[in-house]
Design a protein around this ligand. Sequence first.
Ligand SMILES: Nc1nc2c(c(=O)[nH]1)N[C@H]1C(S)=C(S)[C@@H](COP(=O)(O)O)O[C@H]1N2
Ligand SMILES: [Mo]
Length: 370
Amino acid sequence: MINERVEGLFHAVGGGDRMASTDMFHREEVQLASRNRGMPLEALKYNITPAGMHYLLIHFDIPYLDADTWNLEVGGLVANPVSLSLDDIKSRQSVTMPVTMECAGNGRTLLEPRSISQPWGLEAIGTAEWTGTPLGPMLEDAGVDPSAVEILFTGQDRGVQGDEIQDYQRSLTLEDANRDEVMLVYEMNGQPLQPQHGFPMRLIVPGWYGMTSVKWLTKIEAISEHFDGFQMDQTYRYKQDADDPGEPVDLIRVRALMIPPGIPDFLTRTRLLDAGPVTLEGRAWAGRLGVDRVEVSANNGESWDDGSLEEPVGKYAWRAWSFDWDATPGNHILSVRATDSEGNIQPTDQPWNYQGMGNNMVHRVNVVVR
Ligand SMILES: Nc1nc2c(c(=O)[nH]1)N[C@H]1C(S)=C(S)[C@@H](COP(=O)(O)O)O[C@H]1N2
Ligand SMILES: [Mo]
């Protein structure tokens, strides 16, 4: 369908001002938060996140799709355009891979001022075991024309964002689309995709922030120039202000999170622990890269000690870490940070960006020990 500009039809909070700088949350943010759940951090315990605990991010409405009538159109600049049924896709080579997916806006509410959008704390994360077929061989069969530069992926969902009526669409360069790990998937954790996760089929691009893994996929097109749609060139950018074109958000940055220890206070989620030895645990990931090191601080970052690491759950999936701490009575800020295989370390003070994208500052947890 055609995209269309609809200037000024919708008014967001603050007369369209996209920043907020207090602890007060707007009704619109809370509305988004209750549609798009996060993964409760205690679920960091699982190698593979149970499907019902995996985070969700849905820009528009969850489309109602019938697997019997659903088709995937593969077209554009290809020699053999095809329309594939779900059974056609299931009859192709099948792969199952654990992949850690993170929303690019994870941690957004920790920035000051914050961008008015889905108000994530740190729970926009999950690791699922995805089953599907590699995209590369399918593109090969389609016979992508040498004049093509990108592959465009279109979802069935449609809505308005930034005054533009649009289908949810993202593109990848031919090179990125042809990487071995890129898949079209129809199962999550051994079950058909749930409606909210993209039933009957979605793209999974391991190592990239989640926005690229287009759900409810209906169309794959080879195109001759860069796709400049809203979800590519307006949002998912590292920008300093509204007018800054910025740089594209792409690969997941290194991050570690901690399973909040002890028991929570209902409202504040501050933790209550008994004094004595406690094993702190969590997970760390770095997208396409490995995690080389996880460090823990019990004194709000004044000093750090190495935690121990378990084997990664998969090449594109998180690994567990643990650290033995002797909890002493009092109030503490526990912190954890990871370093990736290229030496990038999580920042203590997060560099700010306008859309709150790709931030990965150290995870801090308030605990009261008695
Ligand atoms: N069609 C479509 N695909 C989409 C989205 C969407 O709104 N529509 N959201 C994207 C974003 S921003 C993320 S982070 C992931 C989230 O996938 P999940 O809900 O299965 O965790 O899906 C991506 N794919
Ligand atoms: Mo996202």
